[in-house]
Ligand binder design. Sequence first.
Ligand code: AMP
Ligand code: ZN
Ligand code: FE
Ligand code: FE
Length: 281
Amino acid sequence: MPIADLHLHTTASDGRLTPTQLIELVAGRGLKGVAVTDHDSTEGLAEAFAAAAAYPDLRVVPGIELSTDVPGNEIHVLAYYIQYTDPGVQERLARFREGRVDRARKMVEKLRELGVEIEWDRVQAIAGEGAVGRPHLALAMVEKGYIKEPREAFDAYIGRNGPAYVEREKLTPVQAVELIRDWGGAAVVAHPGWMPDLDPTLEELKRAGLVGMEVYYAQYSPERIRELAAVAANHGLLACGGSDYHGLGNTGEPLPGNMGPPLDMVDRLRELATRPASIPA
Ligand code: AMP
Ligand code: ZN
Ligand code: FE
Ligand code: FE
């Protein structure tokens, strides 16, 4: 069976391709099932569905990625098939995005104190209409010649323990899973490879309604993927995954379709969503 890529970003958050460009890329690469999973935003979905109309055998799953807090770290939770056209859902997402703006402005200030003189206006222009994130700061730093590629910004400045990192208000992982269930979706833990206390955390999230975890993640070794597949099986979780494609221009960045679960995961997730969103024909 061909694979699906259930983790992709667009200009609706910190990806660099528009939803239309992304759909053209994945179709050109022969993919038959993809999910668009922007950070705190479903703004790219309508355009993605419209672009996919030109490719009748490509299935597009509506998705989103939420960041959550755990002591000293963060866990990302993917959601599929949420009722994204619901005004209450959109109101909540708009608030998450406002928190991102506040925090990005503070990080620009901190960077300037550290001698990295990027402008907030420029960061905002790079982010455009999208949910602003750290990669937009990193791209502004590349433009100004402070670094060669975006990932260097994380190592030196804006990674979790970096000198210019600023927190924003986030949900706990359990709250995120519960919210996703309330919104009709299926919740899946993203890139769990590094997670501390993996087993107890998954157990707790499963009780809250988690249905899957990423296993087939492009940046994991075959050995890690085998281990994670066993973990998923132990916990009765779907083994999901994808490339987490952003197109940021980092060396060795995975491309859509480099990794992913079997294509029928598209249906499995829909079956486990509490009240799946209907998809435009
Ligand atoms: P934010 O949503 O603002 O917290 O930024 C998170 C995003 O930054 C992730 O989705 C990745 O795109 C990117 N990112 C996080 N950590 C790193 C890293 N160590 N190297 C490169 N990109 C990263
Ligand atoms: Zn991202
Ligand atoms: Fe993530
Ligand atoms: Fe992601």
